[in-house]
Design a protein around this ligand. Structure first.
Ligand SMILES: [Zn+2]
Ligand SMILES: [Zn+2]
Length: 550
């Protein structure tokens, strides 16, 4: 029996959760509907505390905690199930620790670097990050590295990797209902009003003319998955297109939305069919779990210049028995966490206090998460790009179970004197932009001036259930020189070197004070503490932050 799902798609979030949920409530009131799901297309900014600023790629003057910390600490609860992908403004330490996806707060779920889940049976895939050619074939090394240059790794951390695109492109057991990404698939504007877009955003003109607007990785995925819907953000404007694949398959409805600001088109309500009636539950996708298992050997953690293990030229999608095996493992785990009968793969809800382990001294992006440990254990996989939670990883002072952010701030202040951040003026109330009565689909579809360059990635045909049964009867063709899941995971590097002792005779400083210091003042402060004063400004600052964190 089918049912419906009311989904609100939101463009860039940029930490404005209060305004977004207020707008969702307004849509519910005006339209007389109950919203089942809020989908955020990145730049979510899941910042828990000032400590997370180090993992956020914005100039210091734009650093602001905004609303997420209230939802993370338990002071507020997201009123609607919220799912998001990462963009280029993220707490990359926190999101990196949830590489395979997970809850960042009660009712707020991150899809991981790449991921696929089912919401009430509606199949949703997500591709986090943005495109950058230079980092596409690197490993996800940022979180595992013993020591990183933060200036580089804080940016490369959100650049999309080939292995994630390959994994998503393997989804083929059944149609993907929607894909959410931060940047647009390259060339998608050619299927909508590209001329109007160029008029509205003149600085896109050259990229449109050169077929260079958007992400080539997402273009690969769009052509591989041909989902019913594709949602994006990043370019901070609303744009709709109807992508015709000219192969008889149903077109993809593409919709990009703006960021959450007054008088901007940042929200859209859509109503979609879902195959499952009853309570809307978030569930793992068995085929996706099988893909994670089958492609695990394609993950590497070695930093550049080392490149990621090559994507094999031929690679079989998971067979029906691979998928059944992943489903069995996941069902056993989910049942043990109380999954209901009608949703045996329900993602276990978040338990325990807000998670915020101590910052790693040499790599502020290195962070572990118990949810990642649990998922890898469920699938029988080892950590490769992530690290396990250890006993030494005691929560840092502000992360004890706390009822509110004010209590959180008080605990933080009690441990080390930190200036309570001067409360910023309340953000302007986002003006509700009501969607049109029916979903916008009347977009013009001019033929593209030249066919966009297609990907070199050649995928085998999808395995559907009946084809899989036939394939299971036939002997599988050997795939030469293809890494398999049976291959051992790359060796784990040794533990980071022990921290050098530092003295703290001088008065304590706050992180925000350190961030505002000039080079000269940094040198004075380091001298007062008996610390080395030579080196680049960033390194100086890091030394002082390390000393203060003691
Ligand atoms: Zn962005
Ligand atoms: Zn944005």
């Amino acid at each position: 029996m089918s049912a419906h799902l009311n989904v609100i798609v939101e463009g860039c979030c940029h930490g404005e959760l209060d305004n977004i949920y207020a707008s969702v409530a307004e849509v519910e009131r005006r339209r007389g509907v109950k919203v089942d799901l809020v989908l955020c297309c990145g730049d979510f900014q899941s910042l828990r505390a000032e400590q997370d600023y180090e993992a956020l790629a914005v100039p210091p003057k734009y650093r602001e905690l905004k609303d997420f910390r209230k939802y993370w600490s338990g002071e507020k609860v997201a009123p609607v199930l919220t799912i998001f992908v990462g963009g280029n403004h993220e707490a990359s330490n926190f999101l990196g620790s949830l590489f395979y996806g997970g809850w960042v707060a009660p009712n707020i779920y991150y899809l991981g670097a790449a991921g696929c889940v089912n919401v009430g049976g509606w199949r949703l895939a997500g591709a986090s990050g943005i495109w950058h050619k230079r980092h596409y074939q690197l490993n996800h090394y940022e979180l595992r590295a013993d020591r990183v240059d933060v200036r580089d790794s804080v940016r490369s951390a959100y650049h999309v990797r080939e292995v994630d695109v390959f994994r998503l492109a393997l989804l083929g057991e059944r149609t993907v209902d929607a894909v959410v990404s931060h940047d647009w698939p390259r060339g998608v504007e050619q299927f909508g009003d590209a001329i109007g877009l160029a008029r509205k955003k003149p600085h896109f003109r050259d990229e449109i003319a050169a077929n260079d607007l958007g992400s080539p990785a997402n273009e690969i995925l769009l052509n591989a998955l041909k989902p019913a819907h594709w949602f994006s953000a990043h370019l901070h404007c609303k744009f709709a297109a109807l992508v015709d694949f000219k192969d008889g398959k149903a077109p993809t409805r593409f919709l990009a939305l703006d960021k959450c600001l007054p008088r901007r088109d940042f929200l859209q309500l859509i109503t979609v069919e879902r195959p499952k009636a009853g309570k809307v539950e978030l569930e793992y996708d068995a085929e996706w779990l099988a893909i994670l298992v089958k492609t695990h050997a394609l993950l590497g953690f070695e930093p550049p210049p080392q490149r990621a293990p090559p994507i094999p030229e031929t690679f079989s999608r998971p067979s029906s028995s691979d998928i059944a095996s992943a489903r069995t493992k996941a069902e056993a785990y989910c049942r043990s966490t109380g999954a209901p009968e009608n949703a045996p793969l329900r993602v276990p809800p978040l338990t325990g206090p807000p998670w915020h382990p101590c910052r790693d001294r040499y790599n502020p992006l290195k962070e572990a998460n118990p949810q990642t440990d649990a998922l890898l254990k469920m699938l029988g996989l080892k950590h490769v790009v992530t690290v396990p939670v250890t006993a030494q990883m005691r929560p840092c002072p502000p992360c004890k179970p706390l009822a509110s952010t004010s209590a959180h701030a008080a605990a933080f202040a009690a441990v080390k004197p930190i200036a309570s951040p001067s409360s910023p003026p309340p953000p302007p109330r986002a003006e509700l932009v009501l969607p049109p009565p029916t979903e916008s689909s009347g977009v013009s579809t001019p033929p593209p001036p030249s066919p966009p360059k297609r990907s070199e990635l050649v995928l085998p045909p999808p395995v559907n259930t009946s084809a899989a049964a036939a394939a299971a009867a036939a002997p599988a063709a050997p795939a030469p020189a293809v890494p398999t899941a049976a291959q051992p995971a790359p060796a784990i590097p040794t533990a980071p070197p022990a921290a050098p002792p530092a003295t703290l005779a001088a008065p304590a400083l706050t992180v925000s004070e350190i961030n505002k210091m000039t080079v000269q003042k940094l040198k004075v402060a380091l001298t007062q503490r008996g610390l080395e004063t030579s080196g680049l400004k960033v390194a100086l600052k890091q030394r002082l932050l390390d000393a203060v964190a003691l």
